[in-house]
Design a protein. Structure first.
Length: 202
């Protein structure tokens, strides 16, 4: 876990430095994402774990899982921005599959933690899987595609289309692989969640 934490911290520093470079290049959108938003989100798990009722109920393996998943998401997402989508392979679709899978697991876990705290009752794995599936389908698959379209128009970014794909084909492939990733994450939650949560409890 020390190695994971070291790689994680170095990655935060690296993405911050890349953000400074983008700021110098006057790419203000990516500069904001990499200087402020990404480091904030990556530091969020360990800081939320400082909340008393969370660290009293769950062990640090929960934090390590979130940081591991965030690291994978960072490498795939930053890889697209740094030029991997220019390769003559459909890396963008792979990115959508992996990240929607990760987000489904993450939001399923968050749903359980918050709902369990509010109600004081155990949440069935079926509810966790269904909530995560619906949430990520709405925000991570459908609305994300719209954000990419209008983000490109407003900020002049190139989030939306692959260089080797028609824009309509790109949208359909992104959504198709996003659905596959979300469904896979939901299935994993359904079959594995009870075992996972028992390992994270103190």
């Amino acid at each position: 876990m020390k190695l994971l934490r070291l790689i994680y911290n170095i990655s935060i520093l690296a993405i911050f430095i890349l953000g400074i470079i983008k700021l110098i290049q006057k790419d203000y959108f990516l500069a904001f994402i990499w200087i402020f938003l990404t480091p904030f989100l990556m530091l969020l798990p360990r800081n939320l774990y400082k909340i008393r009722w969370i660290n009293h109920k769950y062990n640090k393996n929960l934090v390590y899982l979130f940081e591991f998943l965030a690291l994978i998401s960072l490498y795939t997402g930053a890889g697209l921005t740094l030029g991997l989508k220019k390769l003559p392979i459909d890396f963008d679709s792979f990115n959508h599959l992996i990240n929607t899978l990760i987000y489904t697991i993450m939001f399923g876990i968050l749903y359980y933690i918050i709902k369990n705290k509010i109600t004081g009752k155990e949440i069935k794995k079926q509810k966790v899987a269904i909530f995560a599936f619906i949430f990520v389908m709405i925000f991570g698959v459908v609305l994300w595609e719209q954000f990419q379209i209008y983000g490109d128009k407003i900020f002049g970014t190139q989030m939306y289309s692959d260089y080797f794909q028609d824009i309509n084909l790109d949208t359909k492939l992104d959504q198709m692989f996003g659905i596959i990733g979300t469904l896979t994450g939901s299935i994993l939650l359904y079959f594995k969640f009870d075992n996972w949560i028992n390992k994270w409890r103190r």
